[in-house]
Design a binder for this molecule. Structure first.
Ligand code: ATP
Ligand code: MG
Length: 463
């Protein structure tokens, strides 16, 4: 459904509804019958349908909720399907052999079908209504209001109130094929508005990641952020420091790998959310370093373009871009004290990464290729002899080469080297030899290696 058809549908449905649609508490839902919306079983994955069917057959309620409903209503294709149910995680686990309970703060069940995972959550209930009778195992907050445990279960109405945004609180069930709108999400889809459910400040304090989600969906859907939803973000942005670095790694990936990285970055900057995620990079950007800003923006433009073309992108590349200005400047500092460029790079990478891990934890499977991408920037300048051929075989040659082109686009370096590597890769082996000959004659020739033993630990002199 295009947004204009959402508009048409909404007009039909809302003739009798009050003008103000701000809902802080769920009321009777607006129910949209099957012939008034475009969600059909054909657009839902078989696995999600199987999960809902089995839950229904076992006497439980089961709804499709979140992106699965929102994106289909907007005429798009959902990235994944989330199911909400009144069965507890343990009961869901009992129904599906291919499932496991994950999370402690917020228990959910992952039901796996090959490569597809259906996320099943139990309806969340209201914490404030539970008084002192609920144990800390199920509900707990820290001093700034953050929910450390969110395992109080409730009804579908309560569940709708506990969701982050109105547009994410639309429910579809294959029992009657209707869409249930408890929080006015359909109107906000129609008005292209991102609106947090309930009191925004309280909801951000409960879970500061919701601020990142507001930005993510505003950028992804190209929606405006409603005024009350927007107001506290800048003020509360520092609360992101309380979120575990591992969770922030996942969230940052969703921000930059959804195809709207540049727009997301602009919004993160506007609302002060980039700083708590990448404090050292932000300090450098604050010094009005145009080169740093240029490479980050160009890196995100290139990543968005790759995603639009259906090409793969690796988190290693994105993190390599965001941290490169820091690594480069620190490397120059270390090298100035007489350390050769590659060891200086290794020291700089180590220190920058160590600091970054304190806010966003980058797993080794990405930080290792990231270091290779950086190292290749220096190795690619050496084009003589067999080295060029060998570099083509490097595991991360492609990413390193793309990074080199990015630096040229961002005008950090002259465009000559990237062009040379491009031509070299495309040329036939006979031509490569000729290219190598001309490039070696352009570059300062290295002295032949002397086979002299150095005493162990002796510092290498830069040659
Ligand atoms: P997509 O999967 O396309 O990124 P989504 O809306 O499905 O978007 P998920 O992260 O899959 O996002 O979460 C599924 C649903 O769970 C959301 O739509 C929302 O209703 C709810 N949700 C997720 N994170 C939170 C949160 N931090 N606070 C409250 N509700 C949340
Ligand atoms: Mg989802």
């Amino acid at each position: 459904m295009t947004s204009s058809s959402v508009a048409g549908l909404w007009k039909k449905l809302t003739k009798k509804l009050p003008k103000s649609n701000r809902r802080t508490a769920a009321r009777e839902p607006v129910i949209i019958p099957r012939d008034h919306h475009n969600i059909s079983r054909r657009l839902i994955s078989d696995s999600a349908l199987k999960v809902m069917h089995r839950l229904n057959q076992s006497g439980y309620d089961a709804y499709l909720v979140g992106g699965g409903v929102r994106d289909i209503l907007l005429g798009g294709q959902p990235k994944d399907f989330d199911v909400a149910t009144d069965a507890t995680p343990e009961q869901v686990r009992g129904l599906f052999r291919n499932s496991r309970i994950i999370g402690r703060r917020f228990k959910i069940v992952h039901v796996r079908f090959g490569r597809e995972v259906i996320e099943v959550t139990t309806f969340r209930g209201n914490h404030s209504d539970t008084g002192g009778t609920v144990s800390k195992q199920h509900s707990a907050r820290n001093e700034s209001g953050m929910l450390l445990r969110d395992n109080i279960y409730g009804s579908v109405t309560e569940d709708a109130e506990r969701r982050d945004l109105t547009i994410n609180a639309l429910y579809y069930t294959s029992k009657d094929f209707c869409v249930y709108d408890y929080m006015g999400g359909l109107q906000d889809l129609n008005d292209k508005l991102i609106r947090v459910i309930g009191d925004p400040e309280t909801r951000y304090r409960e879970d500061p990641v919701r601020m990142m989600r507001v930005i993510r969906f505003a950028a992804k859907l190209n929606f405006d952020i409603e005024a009350a939803t927007e107001e506290p973000i800048q003020r509360l942005a520092p609360l992101l420091r309380d979120i575990s670095p591992a969770r922030l790694f996942d969230e940052v990936l969703k921000l930059f790998m959804a195809g709207n990285g540049l727009q997301t970055y602009a919004l993160l900057q506007r609302y002060g959310l980039f700083q708590p995620l990448f404090p050292a990079t932000q300090t450098m950007l604050n010094k009005q370093t145009p080169a740093a800003e240029a490479i980050i923006q160009q890196g995100l433009i290139n990543t968005d373009a790759r995603i639009a073309e259906g090409k793969s992108v690796t988190p290693a590349f994105i993190y390599a871009v965001i941290l490169w200005p820091l690594v480069k400047s620190l490397q120059a500092e270390i090298a100035a004290s007489g350390v050769p460029e590659i060891p200086a790079l290794h020291q700089a990478s180590e220190r920058v990464l160590h600091k970054q891990q304190q806010t966003v934890a980058i797993p080794k499977r990405f930080s290792l290729p990231m270091r290779d991408i950086w190292e290749l920037q220096f190795r690619l300048t050496k084009r003589n002899g067999k080295r060029a051929e060998q570099l083509l075989e490097h595991r991360y040659f492609r990413a390193g080469f793309d990074f080199l082109l990015l630096r040229e686009q961002a005008e950090e370096i002259e465009p000559e080297l990237g062009q040379w590597w491009l031509a070299f890769q495309e040329s036939r082996p006979e031509l490569r030899d000729a290219m190598l000959k001309t490039s070696s004659s352009q570059e300062p020739r290295k002295r032949p290696r002397r086979r002299r033993r150095r005493p162990p630990n002796a510092a290498r002199n830069p040659e």
